[in-house]
Design a protein around this ligand. Structure first.
Ligand code: UN1
Length: 510
């Protein structure tokens, strides 16, 4: 039996209304056909205007016009806008977190963590605005200088998912803005109010810094209208986060017109636990990564590959830890596991559990819906642990729900093979105190993912590193490190001050 909690707070709509008002997005001005629904209760929050395909084109027109001024603004001056955005996000951290909680169903700590991730990337981007470095290389010709310069790209289309309504968008936007790009943002329409909140604060920062008002555009719209972003040649880069299915549409369509993409798609993240692991530490890392955010992070741990000698013990400990998790309306502060986003999320989980059993698995804890009487229109589930005799088809596909498949290994190389033998390649972890095993995991012959951790779970990456993954995860990198380069174009310049015209490679002509 799991611990459940029902919130006895003031009306959710009132909280949301107040948060929007405090942020400066006047809810009284809003009306339209896009109705926002909370996964906490299933209730409708507010109705917003929905952008049409023509509105998307108009947003691109405006952003493109603003880009022409913005690209000539010195990068450190562009950084001032992002600096101010970060200050406003700090001031309104709680308000924006309330919107994220109401729409994505996170605990307040995780929702505030998401806003903190925005503040962090703003700090990072402000520093980066003074470091858009190009290299100089020695020319092979006397009296010549060879160098590279980085220039703004144009309008960047940002498509973001429901599970991180604002953070992933901000990784793209803070960096794109300091790089001199304009942004058109199409968030998931399931989290439109969070998007409106983040956008309103950026609009204030832009206005206060007297930057071109149209440099960022929010389009609350459906998939169909958003295709304008994929097809418009004035959008040289589309950064899209979502399912592999979505990426299969976005990638080729943008490539068709030689546009670029940054794709952050599905993950099927695993941890290997070796006989030398600190099991208490592993336990805490696994529970947060597998059950936190109700399994709805792209970095959620979905597979556990455990040495056969410790598997029984670890599974027992995990089952005991799962039983202590409080599931329910996260407005109650004791709650650690909130709802799934909607009924489709719940049904996908049930289908996967059925498939897992048909493929030889055993559900050792969780999986069922709870609080159905209290919340008939919201979908709360107990995080599930499923032992699997092999890495079957269901284990190899991503189900966006809290299911942890546990498999065993006897030989370390078998663990690495199992680890890499899935189509996705986002995040990965090893729990071990054995240095050689940790090093092998991080080596070229080890994890094939974009993120590989030692003694840390798969989720909860910091913004300072590049974020993204390989294979069906799409190959894109966002956030820190040198990910900024994808938001700019590189020019190689050769300057001849010799007064002669020697040709490269010693070629003679005329
Ligand atoms: C996502 O789920 O799309 O590493 C992003 C993490 C967070 C970001 C997740 N910093 O879990």
């Amino acid at each position: 039996m799991s611990n459940t909690a029902v919130a006895t707070k003031t009306s959710l709509s009132d909280n949301v209304y107040e948060a929007l008002q405090t942020i400066g997005a006047d809810p009284a001005q809003l009306a339209g056909e896009l109705s926002t629904r909370s996964p906490l209760t299933g209730e409708t929050l507010l109705n917003l205007p929905r952008a049409t395909a023509e509105d998307v084109t108009t947003a691109i027109d405006r952003a493109d016009a603003a880009f022409r001024t913005w690209r000539d603004t010195p990068a450190p001056v562009r950084g001032n806008v992002v600096k101010r955005w970060g200050e406003l996000l700090t001031e309104h951290k709680r308000d924006l977190a309330i919107l994220v909680q109401a729409e994505a169903g996170k605990s307040l700590s995780e929702a505030e963590g998401e806003v903190q991730e925005m503040i962090d990337i703003c700090d990072f981007a402000v520093g980066q605005s003074r470091m858009l470095y190009g290299r100089t290389m020695p020319s092979e010709r006397p009296g010549h200088r060879l160098m590279e310069t980085w220039h703004p790209l144009g309008v960047v289309g940002v498509i973001s998912a429901f599970n991180f309504p604002v953070a992933v968008y901000s990784w793209n936007t803070a960096i794109a803005l300091i790089c001199g790009d304009a942004v058109v943002w199409k968030p998931s329409d399931m989290v439109a109010l969070s998007a409106l909140g983040a956008h309103t604060l950026l609009a204030r920062a832009v206005a206060e810094c007297e930057a071109p008002a149209d440099v960022h555009q929010l389009v609350l719209t459906d998939r169909h209208a958003a295709q304008r972003l994929l097809d418009d040649p004035r959008v040289p880069l589309v950064s899209a986060t979502g399912s592999t299915r979505m990426g299969r549409e976005v990638g080729p369509r943008v490539a068709e017109r030689f546009g670029r993409t940054i794709l952050e798609l599905g993950g099927n993240n695993a941890a290997i636990v070796t006989p030398d692991a600190d099991l208490d530490l592993a336990l805490r890392g696994i529970v947060f990564a597998a059950a936190g955010t109700a399994g709805q992070r792209c970095t959620t741990m979905r597979r556990l590959i455990v040495h056969e000698s410790i598997a029984g013990d670890l599974v027992d400990k995990l089952v005991a830890a799962y039983r202590t998790l409080t599931i329910g309306d996260p407005r109650d502060e004791s709650v650690l596991v909130g709802p799934l986003i909607n009924r489709a999320g719940h049904d996908a989980m049930q289908d996967a559990l059925r498939d897992a059993e048909a493929q030889g698995g055993t559900v050792v804890t969780g999986g069922g819906r709870v609080l159905a009487d209290e919340y008939p229109d919201a979908y709360y589930v107990e995080p599930a642990i499923v032992t699997m005799p092999a890495q079957t088809e269901v284990v190899r596909s991503e189900t966006f729900a809290p299911i942890l498949y546990v498999m065993t290994y006897s030989d370390f190389s078998e663990a690495i093979d199992l680890h890499n033998e899935v189509p996705q390649g986002l995040s990965s972890a090893i729990f071990t105190e054995n240095q050689a095993e940790a090093e092998i995991f991080l080596s070229a012959a080890g994890s094939d993912c974009g993120i590989a951790n030692v003694n840390i779970g798969t989720s909860g990456a910091e913004i300072g590193g590049a974020f993204g993954g390989e294979k069906e995860t799409g190959g894109g990198r966002e956030s820190g490190s040198d990910a900024w380069q994808a938001y700019m174009r590189r020019a190689t310049n050769t300057v001849n001050y010799s007064g002669e015209l020697p040709l490269a490679q010693g070629v003679k002509f005329l």
